[in-house]
Design a protein around this ligand. Structure first.
Ligand code: NAP
Length: 278
């Protein structure tokens, strides 16, 4: 007899653009897991009731995307350490003791940077642009790798400074505005602003990019994002988009839910062809 098909999904608003159903569908097929995964467009005012309803009706796990990642913290009966540090949840899993809230964005980014792209973080100078939910999720995993320094720069500098203070126990981290980041090249610049979504570029001086600088945009698209185009035009060593992070954070959620780690290289390769992304 076939094992019962267990229910998973992603809650967001909007969610129609999400690649998560495709990614988890491939993970499930390739690992032989009996599960379904659906997108759910859930308005903010309905979010708590819809989450409770999903789990009451037998659902086993959810991904949480914009704009619900902070609200999902409140709905978790227990948080992983990384979700508590990020104060943001992108994965809910039904456990015996209730709903566990996790944040897999940071480990997803680090796996893409270090394992897929072969980049080093330890002893490197890092610049993170943006101080929103994504930055909250990636700071602890980056700082655990002991960069020489990490500067957070944001349009609203008070948010960058508040984040730097909140993570100061984990390493050398400073907050700044875009103009204050200095003029020496960084080893790695991560764009965690949502500026790419409107085709804009954070106004950092081009002098922060040298011929060895790697630039990584958390955003991704069919063609190069505005930040990737700007970084390439400024003479960086490599400029990359966040599709690999998306697949790696999904793999971490999948293994939390199913206890099986899917192969990400194959799914990422297919997704790059499907989306026309580089
Ligand atoms: P968020 O919480 O809304 O934060 C947005 C950040 O972008 C804030 O720091 C904001 O600055 C800044 N910003 C917005 N528009 C800007 C502009 N025109 N110029 C300069 N700064 C601007 O969003 P988020 O959840 O952190 O997401 C940020 C990005 O990461 C999005 O593009 C998202 O798609 C991407 N992301 C990708 C993955 C992945 O798996 N690849 C995972 C998570 C997120 P203020 O504080 O001044 O408003």
């Amino acid at each position: 007899m076939n094992a019962a098909v267990e229910q998973y999904g992603v809650f967001g608003h909007p969610v129609g653009h999400s690649l998560s159903p495709f990614i988890h569908g491939m993970f499930a097929r390739e690992t032989g897991q009996p599960m379904s995964y659906r997108p759910y467009d859930v308005a903010p005012e309905e979010f708590p009731a819809r989450v409770r309803e999903f789990f009451a009706n037998g659902g086993r796990g959810l991904n949480i995307t914009l704009p619900h990642k902070v609200a999902a913290v409140e709905l978790s009966h227990e948080l992983t350490e990384r979700a508590a540090h990020a104060a943001s949840v992108n994965t809910l899993a039904l456990h015996d003791d209730g709903i566990l809230g996790d944040n897999t964005d940071g480990v997803g980014l680090v796996r893409d940077l270090c394992d897929n792209l072969g980049l080093a973080i330890t002893n490197r100078r890092l610049l993170v642009l943006g101080a929103g939910g994504a930055t909250r999720g990636i700071l602890a995993p980056l700082l655990e790798l002991e960069p020489e320094s990490l500067v957070i720069a944001n349009r609203t500098p008070e948010r960058a400074e508040a984040l730097a203070a909140a993570f100061a126990d984990l390493g050398a981290v400073h907050g700044a505005n875009f103009e204050q980041v200095g003029d020496a090249p960084f080893d790695l610049i991560i764009n965690a602003t949502s500026a790419s979504l409107s085709g804009e570029i954070p106004p950092i001086p081009p002098s922060v990019i040298g011929s060895d600088t790697v630039c990584y945009d958390l955003a991704y698209g069919k063609s190069a994002t505005a930040f990737v185009r700007w970084a390439e035009a400024s003479g960086c060593a490599r400029a990359l988009q966040g599709l690999g992070m998306l697949v790696e954070q999904a793999a971490e959620s999948f293994s939390l839910w199913r206890g099986v780690r899917p192969d990400t290289a194959h799914v990422l390769a297919i997704l790059k062809v499907r989306t026309g992304s580089s």
